[in-house]
Design a protein around this ligand. Sequence first.
Ligand code: RIB
Length: 321
Amino acid sequence: MTQKERPRIAVVGSLNMDVVMESGRVPQQGETVLGTGMHMLPGGKGANQAVCAARLGARVSMIGAVGADGFGEEMTAALEREGIDTSCVLRRGDTPSGTASIWLSGGDNRIVVFPGANGTLTAEDVSAPEPSRLLREADAVLIQLEIPLETAAEAASIARAGGAIVLLNPAPAADALPDALLRSASVLTPNRGELAILAGESAEGQARLIEAARKLAAASGGAVVTTLGGAGALVLESADREPEAVPAAYAGPVVDTTGAGDCFSAALAAALARGSAPGEAARYAACAAALAVTRLGAQGGMPTAIEVGGLYSASADSAGG
Ligand code: RIB
């Protein structure tokens, strides 16, 4: 692989231990149901994106924080097994590691996240000499919102000033983003619900979806790639361009959608960093996400470059007739 095929990607974000409970159906308010499976799996939107980017061939560094506890050790080791540089994952002695409680039923999920150490990552932490060097030297930087907004904004502005493609995955949804964060993002990857909240208007139906994406693209000055689950994605390169609909790919039955959005964002960043145009990068990312949902677990489900390349070629062949 050439250096260009192995872009440098820095991820600024969360590491969570995912406590996954499988059940036939999710409980109603005040109800208890018996589970059919339980798994403790390293997750967190930041760490999931780091693992995906690494499996797709990027040279990845993770910037984040864990507690000085067993979960922290396990999550850091999981990243290291993927060849990810964890020298900028800070260990906090006074705060537990982030933890997510995930209810998995029928392949879909509901998640409650306790930020723990992720919530202690400060703007000063990311602007320290080593993390800021990683941000400045990266080809692409991935940021999500399970860390404080001002930390995300600082990381984004350092990265953008250094010339990186800054991909902001605005998840979990935030009512408003600091202007510095929005303006530093080269690409935003909301889902439909996150887009509606950020645009301050409904994104239901194709016309309103496009209008909301245009509003967000105008506010940020960058591209907006809205993920639509089984309906694919909508790529808007800038507020004044025509949007491009990217169909979902199919790789098999859905087992677990946890981390599918993380997979899409990371694959999009990897493809953009290799020089793909946004529409082509989104088609590649749709193939990666289609593979991810066929397996259990966010990080466990992340596909390899060979798998995604195979599905991408097969999808392109069938689209071409
Ligand atoms: O996007 C999926 C992730 O959201 C899970 O791994 C969980 O940790 C939460 O952060």
